[in-house]
Design a protein. Structure first.
Length: 151
């Protein structure tokens, strides 16, 4: 049960952090600058790290790499799906002019629709989740280094 409920709980917490960060940026009019989305990786990374750490603490010696990896991936994917749904709702209904302002420079060259931007947001979230999970699992996996030297 822990392996299922934990990623959902942390995924929802990550999503809340991402939405709060996005709305704070929107409050100051900075949400149209894509450079600020780099901090999304920090928020997502913190949540995935804490999710794997909590799972490892609860499992103790029975912690396995595959289980920790699946907890991290599911946590990231849950948050990505939820945030992508929020982003689609925001860009499509709450602020329909958002995409025109955000990608106004490319509008003359490329025909960019809401669907393609939402797809890119989802792919970025999935890729970020996979890379961060693989990175964090290097910290949490058991070491195979031996303490004795063979002479």
């Amino acid at each position: 049960m822990l392996k299922v409920a934990l990623p959902i709980r942390f995924g929802v917490a990550i999503t809340a952090g991402l939405i709060a960060y996005f709305l704070v940026l929107a409050l100051f009019g900075l949400h149209t600058n894509p450079i600020f989305s780099l901090f999304n990786g920090v928020i997502t990374g913190f949540g995935i790290y804490e999710s794997i750490k909590y799972y490892k603490l609860s499992k103790g010696k029975e912690f396995e790499y595959g289980d920790g990896f699946s907890v991290g991936i599911v946590t990231g994917f849950v948050s990505t799906i939820l945030f992508t749904a929020f982003f689609a709702l925001y860009a499509g209904n709450i602020n329909p002019d958002y995409l025109d302002v955000m990608i106004g420079r490319w509008e003359s060259t490329y025909d960019t629709s809401l669907g393609s931007v939402v797809f890119v947001v989802a792919i970025m979230g999935f890729a970020t989740s996979a890379v961060l999970t693989l990175s964090f699992m290097q910290l949490f996996k058991q070491s195979w280094n031996t303490t004795k030297r063979v002479k």
